[in-house]
Design a protein around this ligand. Structure first.
Ligand code: ADP
Length: 197
């Protein structure tokens, strides 16, 4: 299965992707994690991404598209993967479509985690306080505002994009974590039934 988890910063994409991947033999591909690793390792990509990430801006499309194209070709991705944090705009979604089509592959489902802005702010402030601001350079009020604005302007249009293709499922990301996981599992079960029939 090839899945996308879509939603604003702090929606719980990473947490849910981690739970779902194990149960389905998938690999979680978080572009945010990969970019943070590149920054920590001081690679060319890391140098390009560091300042943009710290202020909550997107890293250039060609950089993240390249990362995903390479990563999804690795043998551990052969059973499928969950894209967490990618695509983040329509250009990235189109690049992904092309990439999949060139391999005769397609997406199985896009799971949108819906969470209101006021709740996101509270969640991320809590995460920043718990990690003492040390874990992520972009978990501060200013960068967070920027990340939310970028989400609404550039990423939210993907909801309509995937709705049009008929593969979007929206899950209420404001429920209890276990309930959210159960709703995602139910949506995936439906897809698997659809695919089998
Ligand atoms: P969150 O969704 O919690 O804001 P992520 O860990 O997904 O955080 O991403 C952190 C940062 O990494 C983003 O603000 C952006 O700078 C960069 N980034 C991650 N994924 C992408 C992407 N697909 N395209 C461009 N930039 C990205």
């Amino acid at each position: 299965m090839k899945l996308i988890f879509l939603g604003p910063p702090g929606a719980g994409k990473g947490t849910q992707a981690e739970r779902i991947q194990a149960a389905h033999g998938l690999v979680q591909l978080s572009t945010g994690d990969m970019l943070r690793a590149a920054v920590a390792a001081g690679t060319e990509v890391g140098k390009q991404a560091e300042a943009l990430m710290a202020r909550g801006d997107l890293v250039p499309d060609e950089v993240v598209v390249g990362i995903i194209a390479d990563r999804t070709e690795q043998p551990d991705c052969s059973n499928g993967y969950i894209l967490d944090g990618f695509p983040r705009n329509v250009a990235q979604a189109e690049a992904l479509d092309k990439m999949l089509a060139s391999h005769g592959a397609k997406l199985d489902a896009v799971i949108e985690l819906g969470v209101e802005d006021s709740i996101l702010l509270a969640r991320i402030e809590k995460r920043a306080a718990e990690t003492n601001g040390s874990a992520r350079a972009d978990d501060n009020a200013e960068a967070l505002k920027k990340r939310l604005a970028v989400y609404h302007e550039q990423t939210a249009p993907l909801i309509g994009y995937y709705k049009n293709v008929g593969i979007l499922t929206t899950v209420d990301g404001m429920k209890e974590m276990d309930e959210v996981t159960a709703e995602i599992e139910a949506a995936l079960e439906l897809k698997e039934k659809d695919n089998a029939s």
